[in-house]
Write a protein that binds this ligand. Structure first.
Ligand code: GDG
Length: 746
């Protein structure tokens, strides 16, 4: 116990010190109606003393409406007040709103309660700015269950079409509130008022206080107020009831008195009922990666296709980083459940890295994955507004899928573990994790571009997505341009304060940083296996050309494959001397085939290939060989090495790893030329590539001609500079840099 007292003495004597005190159930006991539960005159006098103590900032953080707090604490102007679970705050002057809320949605919900209120005497609805609270503490005991069942059903139906709200199980009431308004957002506000180096103590009794506990820093502490083992909590300490809270505050004041110490015992006990989980803390992972798909189940590789397992740069990069930190990787199995819920989380520790996965309801495949992700966010973020299509039910499925990932994560790691989320499928996972009480560092890396503000504004849920991103502690992008777009969107569409590499929003500090992803170059420098060598030799001889131009992509409209074919066709027309001498091999890996735009893209490509071969082909020469399939890495590496030109011309791309793989695979004594779209993220780093504009067929044809004619010394010079870049910033440095930044965010 002595060490507990030392801990509390150190904290109590710290300056500045902030006390965040919930009201009902913490400072005062519950009564039959909120109106009857009030602080006594003695308590008010005592709170005035606490709030006036030098170096102490004292805030009452309550779910009550402003008017109620205003009236109760009128005699204690030194107290800071937070009303309606964080929606309003009052410092030394007037009340200020903390966030915007869809008021009309709450009006609608309030009206839906009317028949239920009429049927159950004693029930009433309390309307707040960011929530609607249906109280049943005065409903006769025999009717309470009926009221609860009716109210829960009503709210759950309403929530199906209002995913930005959630339901709170508060004491003797059901409260529906805007997700982004919670007591956690008041912490940063109080901190700012208390001053640099502040340590906080938060006290509360119900689930809404967990939001406050969740955002406490390492020097802070939380105390749950209540009689016994009622529920799981993030608080390490416990106080039995409101009188014990007053005793505790008295003890704190006494500890701060110079020369003397507390004259009564510390009433705080170590909580014995923290979050129940399987395994001991030391066995549970300290780092969790979350991505939609798991490495060996990615779109380009079926689970049964062993050739393609674990070949990607992401896997090779994360594997050592996760292993070193006892990490785990969570994703969607790609399989569906027949129910409306995600499956329980399953794990496989035999793989490296260890994997965990959930199955998602069948309906979500179309709505969340093919819908919002691949027909909404993907084209929008890649600046293809004409292909964007949004639907409310898809957004709802997206919110639910993010909830499901957060719920699974909560099963797998402790609330203080670091979590690294990947890509546009899980942009809301931090919000869901925070709500569930996660307080460890949360990071997101976006593998695709971040669009400019004019495009981003097309997203009907732009505000929610930005709020979701700003619930992470660290957000990473491939290029400074994407990071700048993000900052621009934040400053245009949120009240957040935007700095060079930091955003302050709703009491959270989010670091915005650039981490260009790389590859593991060694994997593309291994000698070809004999069967691979024979296969590639046969392919080359079947073409009948001496020069080879190579394209390798997932079949996706962002990759600009039709534009690439068109430019190759223009090469044959503008520079007829190349006819019979150069062939284009285009490898297109099947992808998202059940999304109509992708099936259509395949048609367009096959038609163009047929047209070019029909017009230019000879019995001894095939202008374009189109391979709609995937290859092993060893096979790809030899194709890269054999090619004279790496034809990497996406219309827009986050990075483009094929460009880097092509560089890594070249023979340095006789390297091929990388012809790279200036709209790939890779163009920011790979300056020595020949940069081209895929929207300009004639220009790209001329660049292709230049690449094919480039003299060996120039090719070698460009390649050695490119190889230096590709070898310096690898997949491993990328993952290590991100995780190191993530672990040090707070
Ligand atoms: C997203 C972003 C960003 C291709 N064919 C085969 C095969 N591949 C591999 C390549 C490469 C990967 O697929 C493709 O990566 P990209 O970076 O080019 O593109 P996306 O799939 O769109 O990836 C992108 C990336 O995330 C990482 O952040 O660079 O901008 O869009 O590694 O080698 N792999 C195998 N067989 C094939 O036939 N095994």
């Amino acid at each position: 116990m002595a060490s507990h007292v030392d801990h509390w003495l150190a904290l109590a004597r710290h300056t500045p010190l902030a006390l965040l005190l919930d009201l009902d159930g913490t400072l005062i006991p519950f009564a039959s109606t909120p109106g009857e539960a009030r602080p006594s005159p003695e308590l008010l006098t005592f709170l005035a003393k606490v709030a006036a103590a030098p170096g102490v900032t004292c805030a009452v953080v309550s779910g009550r409406p402003r008017s109620s707090l205003e009236e109760m604490f009128a005699s204690v102007p030194e107290l800071r007040l937070v009303a309606e679970h964080g929606a309003w705050r009052k410092g030394s002057g007037a009340w200020h709103p903390a966030a915007q809320v869809e008021v009309s949605a709450l009006d609608e919900l309030e009206q839906l309660f009317a028949p239920l209120l009429a049927a159950h005497a004693g029930s009433f609805v309390e309307r707040k700015s960011a929530s609607v609270c249906a109280h049943y503490r005065c409903v006769p005991a025999a009717e309470r269950e009926a009221f609860l069942v009716g109210a829960t059903a009503l709210v759950e139906r309403w929530l199906e079409s209002h995913p930005s709200f959630d339901i709170l199980d508060v004491v003797e009431a059901i409260e529906v509130r805007a997700r982004h308004v919670n007591k956690g957002i008041s912490l940063e506000w109080v901190r700012e008022r208390a001053g640099v180096g502040v340590r906080c103590i938060a006290l509360g009794d119900d689930v809404t206080d967990e939001d406050m506990f969740a955002v406490l820093g390492p020097g802070d502490d939380a105390i749950l107020v209540g009689p016994g083992r009622r529920r799981s909590t993030l608080a390490r300490w416990r106080l039995s009831d409101p009188p014990a809270v007053s005793d505790f505050l008295r003890w704190i004041l006494a500890a701060r008195q110079e020369g003397s110490g507390p004259d009564h015992a510390l009433p705080v006990a170590m909580a014995t009922y923290s979050r129940p989980r399987a395994g001991t803390s030391s066995e549970r992972p300290r780092l969790l990666a979350i991505s939609n798909r798991l490495p060996h189940l990615r779109e380009r590789a079926e689970p049964s296709d062993k050739r393609n397992r674990n070949v990607g740069g992401l896997v090779s990069a994360l594997e050592p980083v996760l292993a070193e930190r006892h990490g785990l990787w969570l994703g969607w199995s790609g399989k569906s459940t027949p129910t409306a819920q995600a499956s329980a989380v399953r794990t496989d520790a035999e793989t490296s890295p260890s994997l965990a996965w959930i199955d998602l309801p069948e309906a979500w495949q179309g709505k969340y994955y093919n819908g919002l992700c691949n027909r909404g966010l993907w084209p929008l973020f890649h600046s293809f507004p004409g292909r964007v299509r949004f639907a409310d039910d898809e957004w709802e499925a997206y919110v639910q899928a993010n909830e499901a990932f957060a719920a699974a994560a909560g099963e797998l790691v402790d609330p203080d573990a670091a979590i690294w989320a990947h890509d546009y499928h899980v942009l809301l996972v931090a919000t869901a994790l925070r709500r569930r009480g996660h307080r460890g560092p949360l990071g997101l890396f976006l593998h695709i571009p971040f669009p400019g503000a004019d495009l981003f504004e097309m997203l009907p849920w732009a505000g929610q997505i930005l709020d979701g991103l700003l619930d992470f502690d660290l957000v990473g992008f491939h290029t400074p341009g994407f990071a700048a777009n993000f900052r621009e969107c934040v400053s245009r569409f949120t009240p957040g304060q935007v700095g060079d590499d930091v955003v302050l929003h709703r009491g959270r500090r989010t670091r915005v940083q650039v981490f260009p992803i790389g590859i593991m170059p060694e994997g593309f420098q291994e000698p070809a296996e004999p069967a691979t060598a024979a296969d590639v030799a046969a392919l080359v001889s079947s073409l009948g050309a001496t020069r080879l131009v190579l394209g390798v992509d997932r079949l996706d409209y962002t990759k600009g494959i039709p534009e690439r074919l068109l430019a190759f066709e223009r090469l044959l027309r503008l520079f007829p001397e190349w006819r019979g001498k150069v062939s284009l091999v285009q490898v297109s890996v099947p992808s998202r085939a059940d999304v109509p735009e992708y099936a259509e893209q395949r048609q367009i490509i096959e038609t163009a290939v047929g047209r070019i071969n029909g017009e230019y082909g000879e019995s001894h020469w095939v202008p374009v060989r189109y391979l709609y399939r995937s290859y092993t890495r060893n096979h790809l590496a030899l194709l890269y090495r054999t090619a004279d030109v790496g034809y990497v011309t996406p219309l827009r791309d986050g990075m483009n790893l094929v460009a880097k793989e092509f560089v890594a695979a070249q023979d340095p004594t006789n390297p091929g030329v990388l012809l790279l779209s200036r709209f790939a993220g890779a163009a920011v780093e790979l300056h020595e590539a020949l940069l081209t504009n895929p929207y300009h067929a004639d220009g790209m044809a001329r660049d292709l001609d230049r690449a094919l004619r480039m003299p060996a010394p120039e090719r070698r010079g460009r390649h050695s500079a490119l190889l230096e870049t590709v070898s310096r910033t690898t997949a491993l440095t990328w993952a290590t840099d991100f995780v190191t930044a993530l672990e040090s965010v707070r």
